[in-house]
Design a protein around this ligand. Structure first.
Ligand code: HEC
Length: 164
């Protein structure tokens, strides 16, 4: 979406729900990206009209789209493509988080090039980059789906700035 900046998300007290996200995906996203996230090729098959969101042609694990908070911020300002307007989000923050959780649920969706997801700098590692080790004792599950507020609060208490 040209000119669209990621929008801040207000975090709910509960974890993002891939189950709820699945329902929301069917309602808001499947008409372009397909029920199986496969996307749609353009007429001469040189590329995609609607990019695939998972599967062998989807984006890679460890990319920023693979992070639930980051994707939710992006969805808020960019999707659904036909409904959102510049500066006028269509999805609520909670819906964006639930949908991002579903799209990025690796227990139901595969991705190309599963690679080592090590992150060079633990202090600069985004809290939703859900691959240990972390600078805290929260689980990979909580880093991925939240609730994020306790993680952010913990980091703040240490005098650190949580990145996401
Ligand atoms: C009307 C068609 C349409 C609908 C509905 C739609 N999208 Fe998209 N989507 C697009 C197009 C076109 C692009 C590529 C545009 C771009 O890159 O800016 C895209 C790109 C994306 C990307 C980036 C993929 C990548 O590899 O970078 C994601 C993620 C995404 N959409 C998720 C969603 C989700 C989740 C929903 C439902 C909330 C949704 N889209 C609804 C058309 C649609």
């Amino acid at each position: 979406f040209k000119g669209a900046k990621n929008l801040e998300i207000e975090f709910p007290d509960v974890a993002a729900s891939p189950e709820r996200g699945k329902v929301l995906f069917a309602e808001n996203c499947a008409r372009c990206h397909g029920n199986n996230g496969e996307g749609v090729y353009n007429a001469d098959k040189s590329g995609y009209t609607y990019p695939p969101l998972w599967g062998q042609y989807g984006y890679q694990p460890g990319s920023s789209m693979h992070r639930v908070i980051k994707q939710a911020q992006w969805l808020k300002s960019n999707m659904p493509y036909d409904k959102v307007q510049l500066g006028k989000p269509y999805l609520t923050d909670k819906e964006a988080l639930d949908i991002a959780a579903y799209v990025n649920d690796d227990s139901v969706h595969t991705r190309p090039n599963p690679k080592t997801l090590d992150y060079p700098d633990k202090m600069g590692k985004p809290i939703d980059y859900a691959h240990s080790p972390f600078n805290d004792n929260f689980s990979e599950e909580q880093h991925k789906y939240g609730p994020y507020k306790p993680i952010i609060a913990y980091w703040k208490k240490q005098g650190w700035k949580a990145v996401y």
